[in-house]
Design a protein around this ligand. Structure first.
Ligand code: FAD
Length: 357
């Protein structure tokens, strides 16, 4: 039933899968603009990202930094760019699937595709655009032997529900905004709270660090400068964590839960297993359609490579426009897709919700 574009040999289960024209993998700037270009041509798409919020590198790595090379915007904050792109695609009522990593892609006999996420959301789609950037962002792990076995139960890299930590003994690792925000939120709600950070300097906002120090001085929580050395497990339950202080002393902290915020790093991950031609962590595409070695699967933005490729946002925007035309042709091979200007095209203006203005 399927060809090589699948990591598994079992036939995909299509019952209950979401029917889609296009699935866009990655909600960075290029994935978002892909939605816009498809929308102009009357094609609706679903968009998936492993992060909890759209914006890719712009939102995750440098939200407050200025970008100076977006055409017609002399300066634009990285998060501002994402907000503007989100505003621009509003007319298309796109369905976002956030916090979901796409793990499986399979080509079906009828030239449609099966796409599945780690959370079990499944799609039956006519085309796929991979806008995966430098890969999906993964949390940096605690780095203690055996900690992986407790991930999601007693060791966490994100907070799904703050109430899960109320009344519990809690150790939080990290010195950035995520760590400090959760320290301030959970102090007084956790039965016992210790923050562990590897050095005296914090990346978090100085006001948050000052509040944390006040809480320590008031005896409401503890602070240790050091690193996690090993977890303490008894009868299959995590009971504590041994921490090596900066002065070399080892301290055992009894705890029910561990939260670690060491930042995120990108990982090409499952994209490498979809049978596409990949060279040095990038997907080969042609420069007329931005199609990969598998017809029907396109790749735009930082994830693709072709002669002369430059990893710039504006390059990804151009690629998204051409990929959208190629997808429109693929979906309706007998119909010529004419170039239209948004300035003068009534149908495009209708799609944008600006007709008659
Ligand atoms: P990304 O922004 O990387 O987004 C890809 C998204 O795909 C991510 O959100 C990721 O979580 C998701 N994803 C990946 N794999 C999966 C999967 N399997 N399942 C679900 N989701 C997945 N460019 C410029 O043009 N001008 C600049 O001034 C500029 N400044 C920069 C400054 C810094 C500090 C950095 C780091 C980059 C800068 N760039 C700049 C580069 C620019 O940010 C990238 O070119 C751009 O973000 C690429 O967009 P993208 O949509 O292709 O990928």
């Amino acid at each position: 039933m399927t060809d090589a574009v699948t990591p598994s040999s079992r036939a995909p289960d299509l019952a209950g899968a979401i029917q889609a024209d296009v699935v866009v993998v990655g909600a960075g700037p290029c994935g978002l603009f892909q939605i816009f270009e498809l929308g102009l041509l009357g094609i609706k798409a679903h968009i998936i990202d492993s992060l909890q919020h759209p914006g890719g590198q712009c939102a995750e790595l440098y939200p407050d930094k200025p970008i100076y090379d977006i055409p017609a915007l002399p300066v634009c904050g990285a998060q501002e760019l994402i907000d503007r792109l989100l505003e621009q695609i509003k007319p298309f009522n796109t369905q976002f699937h956030l916090g979901e990593e796409v793990t499986e892609v399979a080509k079906l006999d009828d030239d449609w595709f099966y796409v599945a996420t780690a959370r079990g959301t499944r799609f039956h789609t006519r085309a796929i655009v991979i806008a995966g950037g430098v890969g999906s962002f993964q949390p940096r792990r605690l780095g203690c032997a055996g900690a992986d076995a407790f991930e999601g139960t007693q060791v966490h890299y994100r907070v799904r529900s703050a109430a899960d930590f109320h009344g519990k003994r809690l150790v939080i690792f990290g010195g950035g905004d995520s760590a400090l925000d959760w320290v301030l939120d959970l102090c007084g709600k956790a039965s016992d709270l210790t923050l562990v950070h590897r050095r005296a300097e914090f990346r978090a906002a100085p006001a948050s660090v000052a509040k944390m120090r006040d809480l320590v001085a008031a005896g409401s929580m503890h602070y240790i400068e050091g690193i996690a050395q090993e977890i303490v497990v008894e009868d299959g339950v995590l009971r504590g964590v041994r921490v090596k202080r900066t002065n070399g002393e080892i301290e055992t902290l009894s705890t029910d839960q561990i939260l670690a915020f060491f930042g995120l790093h990108p990982k090409l991950g499952p994209i490498a297993e979809w049978g596409l031609t990949i060279d040095r962590r990038a997907i080969h595409v042609d420069t007329a359609r931005f199609e990969t070695s598998t017809p029907g699967i396109f790749a735009v933005g930082d994830i693709n490579v072709y002669p002369g490729k430059k990893k710039l946002i504006l390059s990804g925007f151009h690629e998204a426009a051409l990929a959208a035309f190629a997808i429109a042709e693929r979906m309706n091979p007998t119909k010529k897709v004419h170039l239209q200007y948004t300035t003068t095209s009534p149908i495009m203006q209708k799609r944008l919700g600006v007709a008659g203005q």
